[in-house]
Design a protein around this ligand. Sequence first.
Ligand code: MG
Length: 256
Amino acid sequence: MKKVFLAIAVGLLSLTTFEGMSQNKNKVIAHRGAWKNTGATENSIGALEHAIKLGCYGSEFDVHMSADSVLFVLHDHSIKGTHIEKTNSQELLQIKLENGESLPTLEAYLKAGSKQKKTRLILEIKPSSVNKERSLALATKCVELVKKMKVEKITDYISFDFDVCLKVKQLAPKAHVEYLKGDKTPDEIAAAGLDGIDYHFNVFKKNEDYIPAMRQKKLTTNVWTVNDEASLKYFLEKDVDFITTNEPELLLSISK
Ligand code: MG
C-alpha cells in the first residue's frame, strides 16, 4: 500500500514539476510585446511583462546595435531623431520611452524574460542600415548574450536577412530560426537548415501550399502581423503554427 501511495505522490510531483516548466501551449505571439491594449510602449520591458502575464506562447521584439556595439531593443533604426547604429550606448541609455522606461538594452530585456519559462522570447535581429558586416556582428552578439543570460532554451530567432539566419544557425545549431522576408520556398528553407518561416499574411494567402508543405517537413509556420478577427480566424483554420499579432488578448480569446 505504501508503495502505491509513494508512486502516486511521485507521479503527482513530476506532473506538477513538468507543468511548472512547460511553456504556454497556444499559437499567440505578441508583436513587440502586449502594448496596444495595455498602455505599455511597444518593445518595452513592460510590454514583454504584459505578454507573459497574458500567457502568450511568445513575445516578439526587435534588436539593433549601437555604434559601440551594445545591443538595444527598438523597432525603428532611430528614436526621437537619434540613430541607434550611429550613437554610443552611453547616450542611448539616457533616452526614455513613452511609458517612462529607459530605452531597454537587450541584456535588461533578456533578464526580465529570464524570470519565467512559459513565454518564449522571439528575438528579431534587425539588418543593419550601415552594412552586412554589422548585421552579422549583431547576430553573433545576440547569440553570445542569449547564452550569457542563460535563456537559450526559451529564445527563438527571426530575421529578414537570410545570411543572418544562417549565421545564427551556424553559431547555435540547436536554436529555432525562422526567416521573415517571404522570398524563399519551403524547399529552400529546408535545404538551408533553417527551422521555419515567419511570413507576411499575403505570402501565405498567395501560397496556400506553404503551411502543409512546411508541416510535412516538420518545420514551423508563423504569420505576421494579423490583427483583425476575420484574418485571425482564417489562419487558425489553416492551422498555421503561430500567429504574430498586435491583438494577443483577442487571439487568445478566440483560439480557446
Ligand atoms: Mg519585429
